[in-house]
Design a protein around this ligand. Structure first.
Ligand code: AMP
Length: 283
């Protein structure tokens, strides 16, 4: 089957309806484009769980704060389409912003627990924007499964809660973090880094390794581990720690003790580029 490009919501619904009538299991991989191996790994995962894979490419304006990088966010639709084609995506869904957010858009989806801290505290509009657009994409596409990356761990946790609390008949599948050979987590924002910053950005994954080593050496105090990470990031000239936290991987609530389901999450500015990363202690 040659890949189909769908840009209107009405057409997406029609296509989806036809697929459902043919008992095809639909897998959705939501992305903001600027595709990299991380996204492609989610597409491959979707292919394992669904008959038809739909990759959405949409840079969602409502999840960017007023001083964030919405305008500069990397966009290369032709390249993204080619990558999707190569990966065997069946449908690229790229809705027009004017259709997604009409003039009078006053209803948003808000989560009131998981999203209160960390990314939610630092980026006040972010989760409301993400959960709203994910809800809209779910309603437009009607997938049976949807795949999200562990790279955005808090987002993944909030989306699972969204599906659970609002009774979406959709199975959420999570993909592991894909990294460069030297450990840097792939991100569409890595293109902002200068050569020196690219080297300095390794402090994120090295911090996670440091935290895990401390855990293996029987350190169980979240405070102790967070201090060690903070000191480590402090040694890198271009790096500024935004936050480091140890949370329960299932509930995303802060932990004092590092338990068996704990994960470490951090956000670091490398120059003016803000990067995030995370790891479970036990995996
Ligand atoms: P984005 O285009 O950045 O909104 O990301 C779309 C999806 O790709 C989200 O579910 C992300 O969590 C996921 N993703 C981004 N980077 C990675 C990565 N390095 N490894 C795995 N998944 C990723």
């Amino acid at each position: 089957m040659t890949m189909q490009l769908v840009c209107s919501i009405e057409e997406m619904r029609k296509v989806s309806h036809t697929l459902k009538q043919a008992y095809q299991r639909i897998g959705l991989v939501p992305t903001m484009g600027a595709l990299h191996e991380g996204h492609l790994s989610l597409i491959r995962l979707a292919k394992q769980h669904a008959d038809i894979v739909i990759a959405s490419i949409y840079v969602n304006p409502t999840q960017f704060g007023p001083h964030e990088d919405f305008d500069q966010y990397p966009r290369d639709f032709e390249r993204d389409k080619n990558l999707c084609q190569q990966e065997g995506v069946d449908i690229v869904f790229s809705p027009d912003s004017r259709e997604v957010y009409k003039d009078l858009h006053t209803v948003y989806v808000i989560e009131t627990c998981i999203t209160e801290i960390l990314e939610g505290a630092v980026r006040p509009d972010f989760f409301q924007g993400v959960l709203t657009v994910v809800t809209k994409l779910f309603n437009m596409v009607g997938p049976d499964i949807a795949v999200f990356g562990q790279k955005d761990a808090q987002q993944l946790c909030a989306i699972k809660q969204l599906v659970e609390n609002l009774n979406f008949p959709i199975k959420i599948i999570e993909g592991p973090i894909i990294r460069e050979p030297d450990g840097l987590a792939l991100s569409s924002r890595n293109v902002y880094l200068s050569e020196q910053e690219r080297k300095d950005a390794l402090c994120l994954c090295q911090s996670l390794d440091l935290a895990k080593r401390l855990y293996v050496d029987n350190e169980r105090s979240a405070k102790g581990i967070k201090q060690a990470v903070s000191d480590f990031v402090g040694l890198v000239p271009s790096a500024k720690l935004d936050y480091v936290e140890i949370v329960d991987g299932e509930t995303f609530q802060s932990a004092h003790e590092v338990g068996s389901t704990a994960m470490i999450v951090l956000a670091v500015y490398i120059g003016s580029t803000r990067l995030i990363d995370n790891a479970f202690f036990r995996r």
